[in-house]
Design a protein around this ligand. Structure first.
Ligand code: CUA
Length: 183
């Protein structure tokens, strides 16, 4: 009869087999390579942008978005204001259950500082059809320097589960050629 008081059979601390030792070493070395790739890829790969992150009260951010809308509003689409900010400006996008405000109208080849934050819970900014993803977190204003490189009609799909209306949380970004920027 086996009880917890008996020592286990002593085979599990016999020395590692040679092949196992090699594979553990290979796996560990690979872990170090991948670990080093994280900062290297950030600096060299141009894939992971460096954002500017500040704490912000969600209600303050909400107010800032309203000011931004009032300042540069050019229309409305399905109840959501359409905003065309000038080149080089700060652009504010608000995520909340279950919409993105406002619809952004940007010019191609122009730099903007895109601010992302949430009024309530975590949301995911996923720009389609290009594959760009960011976490949108309440309490933080995450700002990215962006230059739209293609003209077109893009959708922002929420890719962080945020409740019953999650699958309907779709926003819009229009990128127009600078020459035809007015409309
Ligand atoms: Cu917002 Cu899912």
């Amino acid at each position: 009869m086996h009880t917890g008081l008996d020592s286990p059979p002593r085979i599990w601390w016999i020395p590692m087999h040679g092949a196992e030792r090699i594979w553990v070493t290979v796996a560990f070395a690979w872990c170090l390579v991948l670990f080093a790739m994280m900062p290297l890829w950030h600096l060299k790969g141009e894939q992971n942008p460096s954002g500017i992150r500040h704490r912000v009260e969600p209600t303050r951010y909400y107010q800032r978005v309203q000011e931004f809308i009032k300042q540069y509003r050019v229309g409305q689409e399905a109840g959501i204001p359409v905003v065309a900010p000038p080149p080089g400006s700060d652009v504010y996008l608000l995520a909340q259950m279950w919409k993105w405000t406002p619809v952004l109208k940007l010019q191609r080849g122009v730099e903007y500082t895109l601010h992302l934050s949430s009024l309530d819970v975590n949301h995911g900014f996923n720009l389609n059809p290009v594959n760009i993803n960011f976490q949108v977190v309440p309490g933080y204003d995450y700002a990215l320097r962006v230059v739209p490189t293609e003209a077109g009609d893009f959708r922002i799909v929420c890719d962080e589960f945020c409740g019953i209306g999650h699958s309907t949380m779709v926003g819009k970004v229009l990128v127009v050629d600078s020459t035809g920027g007015a409309q």
